[in-house]
Design a protein around this ligand. Sequence first.
Ligand code: PLP
Length: 345
Amino acid sequence: MKEEIKAHNNLLELIGNTPLIKLNKITQKMKGNYFAKVEAFNPGHSTKDRIALYIIEEAERKGILKPGDTIIETTSGNTGFSIAMVSIIKGYECILAVSSKSSADKIDMLKTMGAKVYVCPAHVSADDPRSYYEVAKRLHNEIKGSVYINQYFNELNIDAHYQTTGPEIWEQTAGKITHLVACSGTGGTISGTARFLKEQNPNIKVIGIDAYGSVLQKYHQTKEFDANEIYPYRIEGLGKNLIPTATDFDIIDKFEKVTDESSAHTARELAKTEGLFVGYTSGAAMQGLKQLEEEGEFDENSNIIVIFPDHGSRYMSKIFNDEWMNQQGFFDSETAEIHKIEYVK
Ligand SMILES: Cc1ncc(COP(=O)(O)O)c(C=O)c1O
């Protein structure tokens, strides 16, 4: 009998269908059953592979994208990496406008993946011509035949998760999910996933994780944009200084805010307790779970699904670097133990 070669045709076939992994040690003293949807298992190591592939293939289906065309996006790194990866495989040019808050590692990665990168100042308002939103818009107007993914204001960002992440979680939990907890940046992940899940069972509670310094929680509570909420924070990809239309605020039951410092320590704790080397926002999501549990959100029968958006390797010069942690003032005499190293001469 002739053996077939068992290979994937390209990386794109590996996007999605990420595993659900039970959290054991870090949740030991917490009520409920906790499972992480670990998006680092995507070939581009983040949840953004899903939207890159979905939105680009929608543009192809509609005849908007033709071979050799340019794809433009604003990104804190992950979406850019995923778009660059999909662009290489499908034969498109890729231009990315990124925030200066993004780590040097992330920017180097984007360049490695063939993208042209514009680094824009992080602490200017969204409508400033130097902001990464405005730079991307300008380039889109200047370059003929270009497509602007515009993940913050693109409904397809929600659809990508409605079509993939939601059904996967429903199937993996055999419909037994009681809570969905996910970070909210563009809001695409939480909105699309929740929309699908609530269609199956409207009692599922959906909780978004937001950062201090972001407007999302207050907007959800009051429907008012409060610029006084805005101040610089460290976590990349979570929270916002504007209201993205890719967030369906009505489908989210509440937001929980987390700090830069606690999220960084919790990301480190995930590695030490579960062996899960995941990114800063995964630490933030886990930190959110801890707070919610303390607030009495869960009981013994709760089946909580938390989404861990990306891989830890993207933060080696930040939260997994002791010097950076020290510079932020995130180490004190108690936590200093964690970063003890012995140099043997
Ligand atoms: C690392 C990371 N975590 C979380 C998010 C938030 O996901 P979403 O944009 O789907 O709300 C993003 C996206 O910007 C991200 O890059």
